[in-house]
Design a protein around this ligand. Structure first.
Ligand SMILES: O=P(O)(O)OC[C@H]1O[C@@H](O)[C@H](O)[C@@H](O)[C@@H]1O
Length: 318
């Protein structure tokens, strides 16, 4: 973890209290910032160099355990969705994580200053729900250019020799100006499991994805780069992922929005979840084995080409 620099007033990592007195970490770069709650290991804010919020958090979000915070980036582990014996999306988003001051090193040296390392380990009580011992390390980094990087390392520390199996997602809620003006590029021609049709498998058509109603799809074996184009804001989010083959796309639309107590009736217009995930083929770890999954987000101004967005340029650029 980094400490305050003496050459500048900017404190790259600040520990403070957030809503309802919950512990919060603020990451600061030249002009951008991010906020992370230890409750859930949950990113709740990511602002660009104009101070604009890039993540959606519901005005009705309850920052009150055990309810997960509605918006930002909840961590779904060890179960994505409702397929399994555990609660929907697993328990990691409902646990209080700890800050880890001296985590095992990463293979590459980190020159970033604005980052925090969190860790989640099961309590004895937790092991009644999921009888496995694990260490879940989450590093959240704000890069000098304002990019937001999340790296998860999950290790099986079972002493009884037993493997465990999990699914996972970075359940990212992007803030968008108007959902009907949004296009997602990078998932064309990809197979998906439709959660609204008993997870039946379909193939996406060749056109970019646009939104006219509820969507809840798990795209499988997707490219590592997905672009979310916000026409009205003239902004493109680029999501890059590693170790996370699938991508979930979710918007509840009006009826489901009304049914959620912690979500405003019209807020579906201003959010879109695109989630780097492992869903179709769960990960199995033997004792001593570690899995790594990384999601990198950047927000760039959209380029226009004769009045049309040019997503290919975004997708082709490195
Ligand atoms: O209300 P929750 O538990 O946060 O889940 C929200 C949505 O999360 C999405 O990832 C799922 O695909 C949806 O099926 C689900 O409704």
């Amino acid at each position: 973890m980094s400490t305050a620099t003496t050459t500048s007033d900017r404190v790259p990592v600040e520990f403070c209290k957030g809503i309802n007195g919950l512990d919060k970490v603020i990451l600061r770069e030249v002009r951008s910032s991010a906020e992370v709650y230890l409750y859930g290991g949950h990113v709740t804010s990511w602002k660009n160099d104009h101070g604009e919020e890039l993540l959606f958090v519901s005005s009705k979000a309850q920052f009150k355990p055990p309810k997960a915070i509605r918006g930002g980036i909840p961590i779904c582990f060890p179960q994505f969705g409702g397929q399994g014996n555990l609660e929907q999306h697993g328990f990691a988003r409902n646990k209080i994580w700890s800050v880890e001051t001296d985590p095992p090193p990463f293979p590459t040296v980190n020159s970033n200053k604005a980052f925090v390392d969190l860790i989640l380990k099961p309590s004895e009580d937790d092991m009644k729900t999921w009888p496995h011992s694990y260490e879940f390390r989450l590093r959240i980094t704000l890069g000098p250019g304002g990019d937001l990087m999340l790296t998860s390392r999950i290790r099986n520390t079972n002493a009884d020799g037993k493997p465990f199996t999990f699914t996972f997602a970075y359940h990212t809620y992007f803030s968008v100006s108007d959902i009907s003006e949004v296009r997602v590029e990078g998932l064309e021609t990809i197979d998906y499991l439709d959660n609204l049709q008993n997870r039946e498998r379909f193939t996406e058509q060749g056109d970019a994805i646009t939104f006219e109603g509820e969507v809840d799809k798990v795209y499988v074996s997707t490219p590592t780069k997905i672009a979310i184009l916000d026409h009205e804001k003239k902004r493109t989010f680029v999501l890059r992922k590693d170790g996370l083959p699938d991508a979930v796309v979710w918007n509840p639309w009006d009826k489901k929005a009304k049914a959620m107590a912690d979500f405003g009736d019209d807020e579906y217009k201003h959010m879109l979840c695109v989630e780097a995930a492992v869903v179709e083929k769960p990960i199995t770890l033997k004792p001593g084995e570690e899995w790594k999954g990384r999601q990198e987000l950047s927000a760039v101004p959209s380029s226009y080409c004769s009045g049309q967005l040019d997503p290919q340029r975004v997708l082709q650029s490195s």
